[in-house]
Design a protein around this ligand. Structure first.
Ligand SMILES: NC(=O)c1ccc[n+]([C@@H]2O[C@H](COP(=O)([O-])OP(=O)(O)OC[C@H]3O[C@@H](n4cnc5c(N)ncnc54)[C@H](O)[C@@H]3O)[C@@H](O)[C@H]2O)c1
Length: 237
């Protein structure tokens, strides 16, 4: 693979699994120095919903490296339940796992991103930010991902004077440990998802990482406040 990210320092949250791991692996092949952060694996161990831990880890990164060129916020967790069964605790837990987990690292990374002079933030919204999928008990998740979408537009506006770009990728159904649990729980779900999928296959983390690689690179230097659907057409019909 051409070294499209040569010289860049990338921080990838949620790097131990799924899409975060796919991005971290591909970014390394493209020449970036990658610092992966996750709960109990990776280059740095951190609970990304703990304000103090997040501040400490990012302060260390900026002290060591002087800048952050790319921030990929792939860490997330969510509770899926229908409204009548969704507890207030699970609602709040999901918003923490989808919004705080993006806000805290982004705020902590901000001085490093400003120091880059040409930085890129990549957040993950979802088809669920714009679309209700029949059969999916995704109320809190939809709220969280709608929030990520709106938050990222604002970050793009606040970052522009510092040449910090901010974009979302909205994946369709990607095969990861998290989604495998849904498939195992409800075997009918795969067919339901594929019915809305023009290419008739579930996505792989690499399908998302290719888009993230482009957004992280200077090839996307004029792209900010964009939301890119990588969902095999699922939200287009
Ligand atoms: N997989 C999909 O189909 C899909 C679809 C749309 C959007 N997304 C979004 O893409 C992103 C990545 O999804 P994924 O499927 O790869 O997820 P995943 O569950 O496979 O991986 C998430 C990673 O985040 C880490 N993590 C969770 N909580 C953490 C915490 N408090 N501190 C540190 N690390 C923590 C986990 O340990 C895990 O390694 C998420 O924002 C997800 O909502 C995924």
């Amino acid at each position: 693979m051409a070294k499209r990210l040569a010289g860049k320092l990338a921080v990838v949250t949620g790097a131990a699994n799924g899409i975060g791991k796919g991005c971290a692996d591909m970014f390394r092949k493209a020449g970036a120095e990658v610092i992966g952060i996750d709960l109990d694996e990776g280059d740095l161990i951190c609970d990304l919903t703990d304000e103090q831990e997040v501040a400490d880890r990012f302060r260390w990164i900026v002290c060591e490296h002087g800048r952050i060129d790319v921030l990929v916020n792939a860490a997330a967790f969510a509770v899926f339940e229908w409204i009548e069964k969704l507890t207030y605790e699970d609602w709040k837990r999901t918003l923490t796992g989808e919004l705080d987990i993006v806000f805290l690292p982004t705020r902590a990374a901000w001085p490093g991103l400003k120091a880059s002079g040409a930085a890129s933030i990549i957040n993950f919204a979802s088809a669920n930010a714009v679309h209700a999928l029949e059969g999916s008990p995704a109320l809190a998740h939809c709220a969280g991902k709608g929030g990520v979408l709106a938050m990222t537009r604002q970050l793009a506006m606040e970052g522009a004077p510092h040449n910090i770009r901010a974009n979302t990728i909205s994946p369709g159904f990607i095969r990861t440990a998290a989604t495998q649990r849904h498939l195992d729980f409800d075997p009918a779900m795969e067919q339901q998802v594929l019915a809305k999928n023009m290419l008739k296959r579930l996505g792989e983390p690499q399908d998302i990482a290719h888009c993230a690689l482009w957004l992280a690179s200077d090839e996307a230097r004029y792209v900010t406040a964009a939301d890119i659907s990588v969902d095999a057409g699922a939200t287009a019909w």
